[in-house]
Design a protein around this ligand. Structure first.
Ligand SMILES: *Cc1c(COP(=O)(O)O)cnc(C)c1O
Length: 352
């Protein structure tokens, strides 16, 4: 506390990201990073960029990147917004499209940045309880609201909502913006991007941080009706003219264009996820079905915080949330097969 702070800052409860320890020999399965390297074409494009033009400001509109994304997702460039990580895209969305008279709706178990943005932008919200099995029920999203947002697949549960259910939510809410945060969609869900053609109130947000192994580059994007995109551009151009630097634009364009690398990486992670899910079930864990690059698991016989602590003693980090309804769950990022093996051996020993 400090007497010079604004009243907004006094009231903030900032987001706390998963730990990024300095120790390097860890099996780090706590922040859903991709265990594989990004596209070699992205690395080459960034090296080239470094040689040429850092003296100059980047393109404030990142037109090359918008064009690459528009081609990839079969939309027009004016239906694409790009930002410094999807967290920044989300922040602009909260201010530009979700701040209204009625409360914003999102699931009670969901990305914990959402309530933080509500605090920052003074947005009223209601958290809607997921079912016992941690599913979103579209019928719960029919009450009056000033907007709706949920991750699909949901985080930290990994559960995916089919497109038909998303259509139901969109049909019931023609007067609100519905935001689908698809950070994990490439690991097994069906994207809502094709629905953008039918729904002027749908905004889909994705990131290069997970499925394209570029969490360190900070690139995210939104796809939606050009009217929604214009709102985001207005916020962005009132905040920072150049959110994407030259490395980010060059690397992101090449990463989006390298489909083979992307698809192979996603397939490897999906394979490892299915193997790990089987092994964990054999060890007595209840494993929720996951369409993401992590598993959300619960052991009926052992305390989740205790398991997490014992894993840490063996240099394996997983994510435990001290939060109602999920304090007995662990979220485990899918790493390489070797990392899965180390995790399972450690768990065998702990559960013996
Ligand atoms: C990781 C994540 C993001 C943020 O991704 P960045 O692009 O790295 O900012 C957004 N939403 C959800 C649900 C995530 O898990």
């Amino acid at each position: 506390m400090n007497r010079y702070w604004s009243s907004v800052v006094h009231r903030l409860t900032p987001y706390v990201p998963g730990e990024q320890p300095k120790q390097t020999d860890l099996v780090k399965l706590n922040t859903n990073e991709n265990p594989y390297a990004p596209s070699p074409r992205a690395l080459a494009a960034m090296a080239q960029e470094a040689k040429e033009s850092l003296r100059l400001y980047p393109d404030p509109n990142a037109d090359r990147l918008k064009q690459a994304l528009a081609t990839c997702y079969r939309v027009r460039p004016d239906q694409v917004f790009v930002g410094n990580g999807s967290d920044e895209v989300l922040a602009h969305t909260f201010l530009g499209l979700l701040r209204h008279e009625q409360p914003l709706l999102f699931p009670d178990i969901s990305y914990s940045f959402y309530p933080v943005y509500c605090g920052l932008y003074e947005i009223d919200y209601r958290q809607v309880a997921l079912s016992e099995r941690f599913e979103i029920d579209p019928r719960d999203y029919t009450r009056p609201n000033g907007g709706i947002i949920f991750p699909n697949p949901n985080a930290p549960t990994g559960r995916v909502l089919p497109l038909a259910a998303i259509r139901t939510i969109l049909d019931a809410n023609p007067d609100s913006v519905v935001v689908v945060d698809e950070a994990y969609i490439d690991f097994g869900g069906e994207s809502a991007i094709p629905l953008v053609a039918d729904y002027p109130n749908l905004l889909v947000i994705q990131t290069l941080s997970k499925s394209r192994s570029l969490a360190g580059l900070r690139v995210g994007y939104a796809i939606g009706d050009s009217g929604l995109i214009e709102a985001l551009e207005r916020v962005k151009n009132s905040f920072n003219s150049y959110p994407l630097d030259r490395f980010a634009i060059a690397g992101a364009v090449a990463a989006i264009e390298d489909r083979d690398h992307f698809e192979q990486t996603c397939q490897r992670i999906i394979r490892t996820r299915e193997q790990l899910a089987r092994r964990l079930s054999e060890l007595g864990f209840e494993v929720l079905p996951s369409a993401a690059n992590f598993l959300f698991v619960h052991h009926p016989g052992r305390d989740a915080a205790e398991i997490s602590g014992l894993l840490r003693e063996q240099s394996i980090i997983v994510r435990h949330f001290r939060q109602p309804r999920i304090e007995q769950f662990l979220r485990i990022t899918i790493g390489t097969d070797e990392q899965s093996e180390r995790l399972c051996q450690a768990l065998e020993q702990i559960l013996k």
